[in-house]
Design a protein around this ligand. Sequence first.
Ligand code: 5GP
Length: 146
Amino acid sequence: MSLDGAYDEANPFALILQGKIPSTRLYEDDHTLAFLDIMPQSKGHSLVISKWSKARNILEVEDEALAQVMATVKKVAVATRTALSPDGIHVAQFNGAPAGQTVFHLHVHIVPRWAGGPAGFSAHGQGPMADLAALQAIANEIRAQF
Ligand code: 5GP
């Protein structure tokens, strides 16, 4: 998919917001939602989305929605650090399929990283499907920090 196009109301994150598919939620407020990635690049890999913006990417997003999303990214990064003690945190956002975007509802990735190499780390889009019970356990650790 190119950078241009119409917002698909049936994309996975729209379905999560509509309550049609489950997600392992970490945090939400009136404007944003944070949840664990279902194919995590590392332990605690999460995503933050706007609840109201229909922006597919950063080129389209309203300044207000972007500010709300990034404020939540910071909160989740802080909680993730406290819960999981990573040595680094990779924050990423992809625009258009050639850049690696697969879900066309603007989102920001928060990927904890540990020193000493890629053990347990997958490249973007290469993570295996997570065990849902394991995701719940990680979410409980992070949620406890809010
Ligand atoms: P993108 O490649 O668009 O930047 O990132 C999309 C991310 O969403 C990927 O890391 C992928 O694993 C994740 N993802 C795709 N579908 C779902 C889903 O239904 N639930 C959750 N929690 N994550 C999803």
